[in-house]
Design a protein around this ligand. Structure first.
Ligand SMILES: Nc1ncnc2c1ncn2[C@@H]1O[C@H](COP(=O)(O)OP(=O)(O)OP(=O)(O)O)[C@@H](O)[C@H]1O
Length: 310
């Protein structure tokens, strides 16, 4: 348990009679960005609100740095920083005043606060705005202040709920860069329903759908999880389409042009080797063969319909 940053065991929550999440289990032991991906209403905010101590779970346990959040909330919460979907900013005070206030709320030693505020401002590149009233900052800089309050007390675990929501494209790039930088010495949990966000930012992914974890693994594992099921081939002496359709395992053949064909096959049977052998045996002059990977959106749609996998 010592080196566990966060551990979630059999976490379930129900609002009234409807279960919002059911039997969520995971453990984070390393720094880096972990994406919590799911469509709207999947259960991301419920999970994060429980982990951050904002909502009491119906069942299960959360341990932060080994401390049980239910039985030892004050100690557990020292190790977590949270940026909710709506940043809890006070628009009428300065950046420095706000971060000092946030550090006090985190029960930091008073003597350590000025240095911690300085460090968080530097990290988030907002030192030059320290005297600026928060409402006078752009959306991107307000978000930086939100991230600064989440790291001011140097927690091991930082939770960011849809942190690029509502930002313009340049601000999105900058905030993603900042998140990756912060993840060099914190474990960051990033909630999003945007696949490209996960691709651009995360090392590992957990996907939640209808309150259940349906995928847990690295970005590469996620991309490979749904096996490719389309083969693109170039044949300089192609046979009739009906010959290609007759290959065992081929479900459909699309003639892209006289040399290029797209073969759809049952994902459980990779037919590449068979196609190569048939081409050699029949003189089809195969010059290119390529497995076509499904787009992340297609994987997302497919995983959404799958049952729990942990
Ligand atoms: N306070 C609440 N009372 C009743 N039901 C709720 C409440 N909050 C959330 N729910 C329901 O719980 C389920 C999970 O919601 P949750 O907000 O955790 O999902 P989410 O993945 O964060 O979605 P979003 O991206 O839209 O915020 C949904 O069916 C939602 O309608």
């Amino acid at each position: 348990m010592e080196d566990s940053i966060v551990k979630v065991e059999h976490l379930s929550h129900r609002y009234h009679i409807q279960w919002a999440i059911q039997d969520i289990n995971f453990e984070i032991k390393e720094k880096g960005v972990l994406g919590l991906l799911g469509s709207n209403g999947a259960g991301k905010s419920t999970t994060m609100n429980i982990i951050c101590g904002v909502l009491n779970q119906t069942e299960g346990e959360v341990y932060l740095n080994g401390y049980n959040l239910r039985t030892n909330p004050v100690e557990a919460k020292r190790h977590i920083g949270f940026l909710p979907q709506k940043p809890p900013l006070y628009p009428d005070i300065t950046v420095e005043e706000y971060l000092t206030y946030a550090a006090n709320l985190r029960l930091m030693n008073t003597s350590e606060i000025p240095a911690a505020v300085e460090k968080a401002m530097k990290r988030c590149d907002i030192t030059h705005f320290r005297e600026r009233i928060i409402s006078n900052l752009s959306g991107g800089y307000q978000q930086r202040v939100g991230i600064a309050q989440a790291i001011v007390h140097n927690p091991r675990f930082v939770v960011l709920d849809e942190p690029t929501n509502g930002l313009d494209p340049n601000q999105i790039v900058e905030i993603r860069h900042l998140i990756k930088e912060i993840a060099t010495d914190h474990a960051v949990l990033l909630s999003t329903h945007i696949l490209s966000e996960v691709q651009a930012t995360c090392n590992n992914i957990k996907m939640i759908e209808q309150g259940k974890l349906v995928f847990s693994g690295s970005m590469d594992e996620f991309n490979n999880y749904v096996a490719p099921s389309t083969l693109l081939i170039t044949l300089d002496a192609a046979p009739p389409v009906s010959t290609l359709e007759a290959i065992e395992g081929v479900a459909r053949v699309e003639k892209v042009d006289p040399r290029n064909y797209r073969l759809q096959f049952d994902a459980s049977k990779d037919i590449s080797e068979q196609v190569v052998q048939l081409s050699v045996a029949n003189g089809w002059q195969l010059s290119e063969i390529q497995l076509e990977r499904q787009s992340l959106d297609a994987i997302f749609a497919q995983l959404s319909g799958k049952k729990v996998q942990q």
